[in-house]
Design a protein around this ligand. Structure first.
Ligand SMILES: Cc1cc2nc3c(=O)[nH]c(=O)nc-3n(C[C@H](O)[C@H](O)[C@H](O)COP(=O)(O)O)c2cc1C
Length: 233
């Protein structure tokens, strides 16, 4: 299906500082989904999203949550936790796609976010990265989960893009090979991925400037002053 899609026109960025320079790496996008079911529609939706992102020039990685222990139930050295954290550090943007369960995001999805600390030493693994949110429903269309994911994105200090995707009756939208059928829901996923690539290119080299906060500069200056004062006593 993606062969028929037009390429993403990036000419708008040509003269801007945000233009991807020759030799620059492709935008790195991590995709997370929220189910361990064998035929999981949140996984199939993320696979469709990854195809589109690659079509638009991004490099993608998808984390398989199967085998990830419950948050804090094992030491952080657990290989699945390390795999997840390494992928988060690698990424410049992310796609989060959770099924709706009892009107909320799945525990499988939330467990992944709960394993990502706001700060890993001096590094903030998610701060300043772009984010696209998606959900699949078994019933009629709902925005409960995407709304929750937006709150979670804010908590992780990410830039959540305006567009989003919610696929109702997800079991109707995929064929037996796991590909998404043509529909307005598919077109929306194209729109969301196109927008995510644009925002990631615009923001990725400006993270340090964009996330710089007055209150944190003030706190650092105060800590420095108190250390200097202690030394001079
Ligand atoms: C325990 C449970 C609760 C669910 N609650 C909802 C719900 O509140 N709203 C909804 O639209 N679908 C609900 N569903 C349906 C799932 O969203 C649907 O089966 C979805 O495809 C599951 O995601 P997956 O295919 O990635 O595993 C629920 C399913 C289960 C098993």
């Amino acid at each position: 299906m993606s062969e028929q899609l037009p390429n993403l026109d990036l000419s708008l960025f040509e003269d801007a500082q945000a233009a991807p320079r020759p030799g620059d790496h492709k935008p790195r996008i991590l995709l997370l989904y929220g189910s361990t079911r064998e035929r999981s529609f949140s996984r199939l939706l993320v696979e469709e999203a990854a195809r589109l992102l690659e079509h638009f020039g991004a490099e993608t990685r998808t984390f398989d949550p199967s085998g990830l222990p419950l948050p804090d139930d094992v030491p952080v050295e657990h290989p699945k936790v390390q795999e997840l954290r390494d992928l988060v550090l690698w990424s410049e943007g992310q796609v989060w796609c959770s099924p709706e369960r009892h009107g909320a995001m799945s525990a499988v999805f939330k467990a992944q976010i709960d394993w990502i600390p706001l700060a890993l030493g001096a590094i903030r693994p998610t701060q300043g990265k772009t984010l696209a949110v998606m959900q699949v429903c078994g019933g009629s269309q709902s925005f409960n989960v995407v709304n929750q994911l937006r709150v979670l994105g804010r908590w992780m200090r990410m830039f959540t893009i305006p567009n989003q995707s919610s696929v109702p009756k997800a079991y109707m939208e995929f064929d037996e090979t796991g590909r998404m059928k043509p529909s307005p829901y598919y077109d929306r996923v194209v729109d969301v991925m196109e927008e995510l690539v644009k925002f990631t290119i615009l923001l990725r080299d400006r993270q340090a400037f964009l996330v710089d906060r007055y209150s944190e500069r003030k706190e650092t200056a105060e800590q420095l002053m108190s250390r200097v004062n202690q030394r001079s006593i």
